[in-house]
Design a protein around this ligand. Sequence first.
Ligand code: GLU
Length: 546
Amino acid sequence: MDYKKLADLLFPNITKPISYYEETVFPNRNLSEGAKVTRLAPSPTGFIHLGNLYGAFVDERLAHQSNGVFMLRIEDTDEKRKVEGAVELIISSLEYFGLKFDEGASVDREIGNYGPYYQSNRGEIYQTVAKYLIETGRAYPCFCSEEELEEIRKQQEAEKVNTGYYGKWAKYRDTSLEEIQKHLDNNESFVLRFKSMGDPEKNFEIDDAIRGRLSIPENNQDVVILKANGIPTYHFAHVVDDHLMKVTHVVRGEEWLSTLPIHYELFKTLGWELPVYCHTAHLMKIDEGVKRKLSKRKDPELGLEFYMKLGYHPATVREYLLTILNSNFEEWRLANPDNSIYDFKFTLDKMSNSGALFDLNKLNDISKNVLVKIPVEEIYDFLLKWAKDYKQEIVNLLVDQKEDVIKLLSVGRNSDKPRKDLVYCEQIFEFISYFFDNYFKVVDDYPENIDDSEAKKILKAYLETYDHSDDQTQWFGKITEIATANGYAAKPKDYKKNPEMYKGHVGDVSTVIRIALVGRSTSPDIWELQQIMGETKVRERVQSLI
Ligand code: GLU
């Protein structure tokens, strides 16, 4: 068979050799020794999820820890899955979490010398490599219809052999040039298939940077490399791109492990050095005691929008991701409580390969610890920015009462054991919402031992003795007086010792007052809150329950 002739027949317009791209268009990068080149290669489907962020964080750390390059390549070869605005969503979501690309697709232009960064614009490059594979007898056109492929599959199932297009089942593998010519003259559409020389009875070895050395059966499938419309498949496109873009580390989900033999064979056939593959584990959660994969359908927390809508601070999410990415991060954090996470040396070998466990409660705990270290003014700015995007109706409140909001956020934070009340914006607003009359509501009940008329009695006494200029000690002294005058123990422990002697204790009395003022039975220090609320509001709130 004259492969050269076949190649020219199929790709008459492709005239450049691969070396033209390898050397002239995409020369070697001028990077320092050990610098890593990574890429995030999402498909623009309009759904960007935690798994993307998880992988992107690995890419970003590998690149930036080594003075390398982190790029964004858009894998838009699947027309059916393309969604308008998806690229903007990918870029803005990653930016929200503080991940910035050095190179690649951006909202209005492309940055860097290794583009185009949209696969749909790299057609000629893929065809150049495809043509080379035909010339060397390692790719061929296949004219099978869907029905024929289905027929082959049925027969394979009946014979209980592996399904797919390989070996003797690969109908067009050895078709003569004359035959091919006839199909072409008939205007039959065709796909281009890779001619595999692998033998699944044999294993090859490959080092995965997360999983260690793997020994996997060779590929023998003649996979499609160019679809009937000339667009490449993922298998082919990523091999070509990662080679020409000089990517050193391919970080991708473990769902790609099963097709790694195809990618391995493609690289080897083309005589190209393989990138270091890093197959990350799935994100898992515990659901009713069972560990399972996070699912798009069942778990809203898989989508990144979830965190943006609720207003999780990006520093929180980054901190949390590092705890699930590297098993030694938490220990490092304990030893270095005030360091930036970027001081932590991220490594691939400390990554889990059995499934990274994602836990929202843990994220919330981490968030409390991260936020308590962020100055309140910054939290205020973040809250306002969030409100502008997701809760317009509170923007004016936040702007008009900026000083009070900052004071409310500060209560209890400046001690040795600071309060850790703040988690994410939606919750933060809810937490301080009692302050605003339009949002104030009584949500908790009085303590069990206090009925409505008893509560009124306490509140009346409170109003009568209330002096806004009292300091904290004087203020609490008065509450104790109200308590004892009405049959409540001045100290909880007195009540515990002799419960039959009292109606309750001073804590019950202050709970009644707390509920009147903020509507809840727990809150930061009431005296401090009253100072922020001002005398009028304090009196109004108490009065309204009498
Ligand atoms: N486009 C592929 C995906 O979205 C990328 C896999 C890879 O990173 O190579 O899953």
